[in-house]
Ligand binder design. Structure first.
Ligand code: S3P
Length: 450
């Protein structure tokens, strides 16, 4: 779990062209869901391409604690022998989800309608994040929760012995909240209805359908109305996890800002609820193309080719696109520093409650590197300096946030002076091969504590 080991200070030095292929790991969202849904089937689910990052490994551990048999066969191949919907056993230990908001929120949902009591905890970052957004709707099913002030972990959740189905309008654009309610609805008799005003990543809906649940989605004036019929018998699946667009973002953005680069990032899942960054980069004038577009496992997939793009322009990113690129704003703000003009990012309040307050963490680091940033509660603007003009030369606090650490390592590839982070250890939560992969492309990343 990140934050429990020693910090790993890291430095990224300006480097020559990045060249070659970047095979990024499996999708984090789909990896968590594969393990959890596998645990909710009777029979064996087979998974290939699982992301073996700390976040997902913590979810695997949790599924074992609930009684599922989760086996690592090596090379990203895993099997899960599930216990069936409603079959979670009461764990005899605290469930520690490490750094993972997705892990803890989805698991809380899945366990909420089982007659068991579960205590959850995490690292310093996770224990500071709001859980009321999940435990509030779970009370509709009959669940009770007892956490720290402000709905923080550690927290004990008493599952509903006789759950009732819920109808819930999600007040913030959050796939984690939507998914927690849907997973709780699995073990409630009758129909659970979730309404979201803005579409967020839809992996839970797609995968529940794939596992055989009766689930429909309707676009109405109220928003996206998702109706799930409870207490289905889920059927084990064979899942090929696509590669993560949120991880692909780092080599793609690194190639765009680093002179002479030409990088191919193959087999990237391009579900429209996840691909907003790539559209935004193209609008900024990035040389980014999709090759070999195809469909795999019901998801659009392509190989991304990113080349150095010297004439990037700042743009206003449409707020309606925010949910489809919410994890990519840190690295987008780095690209924005190398563009000419202002990049204006509105409607992004959710960035303040991620693994860190990402507007604050990025603004501090960008300013320390000589880039001007304006910010408000739910918006920020980066004043780009244009290619070749970004000073760098700063050491930034990564605040236990993998994406902050990786964003500044990407930045250091094209600044005038190197960029450092105080702790790169959180990178292992989602992208354990980051240093190796970027090094293979030609980046100069070093651990600075020997
Ligand atoms: C995720 C949803 C998003 C995202 C996170 C993964 C998911 O969080 O930031 O990295 O897999 O459902 P929110 O639901 O808080 O927006």
């Amino acid at each position: 779990m990140s934050g429990h080991g020693s910090p790993i200070p890291m430095t990224s030095r300006p480097c020559g062209p990045l060249k070659g292929e970047a095979h990024v790991p499996g999708d984090k969202s789909i990896s968590h869901r594969s393990l959890i849904l596998g645990a909710l089937c009777v029979g064996e689910t087979h998974i290939t391409g699982l992301l073996e990052g700390e976040d997902v490994l913590d979810t695997a551990k949790a599924m074992r604690a609930f009684g599922a048999t989760v086996t690592d066969h090596g090379g990203g191949e895993w099997t899960v022998q599930g216990v069936g919907v409603g079959g979670f056993a009461e764990p005899d230990q605290v469930i520690d989800c490490g750094n993972s908001g997705t892990g803890v929120r989805l698991i809380m949902g899945a366990a909420a309608t089982c007659p068991i009591t579960v205590t959850y905890t995490g690292d310093a970052s996770l224990n500071g994040r709001p859980m009321g957004r999940v435990t509030d709707p779970l009370t509709l099913f009959g669940t009770q929760s007892f956490g720290r002030e402000g709905g923080r972990l550690p927290m004990t959740v008493v599952g509903a012995a006789e759950p009732i189905p819920a109808r819930y309008e999600v007040p913030v654009p959050s796939a984690q909240v939507k998914s927690a309610v849907l997973l709780a609805g699995l073990n409630a008799p009758g129909q659970t209805i979730v309404i979201e005003k803005e579409a967020t990543r839809d992996h839970t809906e797609r995968m529940l359908q794939g596992f055989g649940a009766e689930l429909s989605v309707e676009d109405t004036d109220e928003g996206r109305v998702i109706t799930l019929t409870g207490q289905p018998e889920l059927t084990p699946q064979s899942i090929v996890v696509p590669r993560d667009p949120s991880s692909a973002a780092f080599p793609v953005c690194a190639a765009i800002i680093t002179p002479g680069s030409d990088v191919l990032v193959p087999n990237i899942g391009l579900n429209p609820t996840r691909a907003g960054l790539f559209t935004t980069l193209q609008e900024m004038g990035a040389d980014l193309t999709y090759e070999n577009m195809r469909e795999e496992g019901g998801e659009p997939v392509a190989d991304l080719r990113a080349k150095f793009s010297p004439d990037l322009k700042g743009i206003a990113v449409p707020p309606a696109r925010a949910a489809s690129m919410i994890d990519e704003y840190p690295v987008l703000s780095v690209v924005a520093a190398f563009a000419s003009g202002v990049t204006d990012m509105q409607g992004v309040k959710e960035l303040r409650v991620k693994e860190s307050d990402r507007i604050d963490a990025m603004a501090k680091g960008l300013r320390a590197a000589g880039v001007s940033v304006d910010e408000g509660d739910d918006w920020w603007k980066v004043h780009g300096l244009g290619h070749g003009n970004v000073p760098g030369g700063a050491t930034v606090a990564s605040q236990l946030d993998h994406r902050i650490a990786m964003a500044f390592m990407v930045m250091g590839m094209a600044t005038q002076k190197p960029m450092s982070v105080d702790d790169g250890s959180p990178i292992a939560t989602s992208f354990p091969i980051f240093e190796w992969l970027m090094g293979n492309l030609g980046a100069q990343l070093v651990r600075t504590n020997g």
